[in-house]
Write a protein that binds this ligand. Structure first.
Ligand SMILES: Cc1cc2nc3c(=O)[nH]c(=O)nc-3n(C[C@H](O)[C@H](O)[C@H](O)COP(=O)(O)O)c2cc1C
Length: 230
């Protein structure tokens, strides 16, 4: 299935056509559209209606300043203590193989061989540029949040991603930003009591980009769903 850039007409359509887009067009996102989806996503449910998300939206000069500083910082070899680990370590089967397969499928699309470690590392740097998207979003939350609130934030993220599809936009969720809490604090107003949870690139997908042709595998219903009763 090739990349769909049309506006989604219903939830199934949005869900089916949403992929992680890792190459965006320069085309700006109209302010009214951005405001609309940010507002609508606030209808996301959260346990106890805690609404634990804080959303930082970067565009224009602010986005440029962060991404340029980020590239410089990363190229200097600097690292920071991440907010959290990306995956449990060690990862077990079948998740381990699914993760591996995703990476291999993605690098096959962009033609970076396994031996080309530097090439793969350089490609990962696209994360720090929000994949060239015109809008970069960082979600922070209080350090005292617990697991149920992280679920809420995941729900919020999915709402935003589906609403984006309805506007003909695409997204890339980016846990990657967990690695740069210090850099982000230099560019955003993140109170001491809060931490960086996740990022999101938002914009119009580049339909020509090979990386955007990746349709990541999914398991079948039988593997993850168990039915009880009739
Ligand atoms: C919470 C979350 C964090 C993610 N972080 C990253 C990331 O930092 N960089 C990236 O390229 N993709 C990231 N992804 C995208 C996943 O790799 C992707 O959703 C998965 O492989 C399924 O592919 P699809 O989104 O194209 O269907 C993230 C996805 C989620 C839901």
């Amino acid at each position: 299935m090739s990349l769909i850039t049309d506006k989604s007409i219903n939830v199934s359509d949005a869900l089916d056509s949403r992929i992680t887009v890792r190459d965006f067009l320069e085309r700006p996102v109209p302010d009214a559209v951005l405001q609309k989806i940010l507002k609508q996503a606030l209808r996301s449910p959260s346990g106890g209606n805690l609404q634990p998300w804080k959303i930082h939206v970067l565009r224009g000069d602010a986005l440029k300043a962060l991404t340029e500083a980020g590239v410089k910082r990363a190229q200097s070899g600097a690292t920071e203590t991440p907010t959290y680990r990306a995956y449990p370590s060690p990862l077990w089967e079948p998740q381990r193989s699914w993760r591996y397969k995703l990476g291999e499928d993605m690098y096959a699309k962009i033609g970076i061989e396994k031996e080309n470690k530097l090439g793969r590392l350089m490609w990962l740097m696209q994360n720090i540029k929000f994949f060239e998207a015109p809008v970069g979003i960082i979600i922070t939350g209080d350090k005292r949040l617990e697991m149920p609130q992280y679920m809420d934030i995941g729900i919020y993220l999915q709402s935003l991603m589906l609403l984006a599809r309805q506007e003909g936009l695409h997204t890339a969720a980016q846990g990657w930003w967990r690695q740069w809490p210090g850099l982000l604090s230099e560019h955003l107003e993140i109170p001491e009591a809060e931490e960086v949870l996740v990022g999101l690139s938002l914009g119009y997908a580049n339909p020509q980009a090979p990386v955007n042709q990746l349709r990541a595998d999914r398991t079948d219903v039988e593997t993850v769903v168990k039915f009880y009763g009739e």
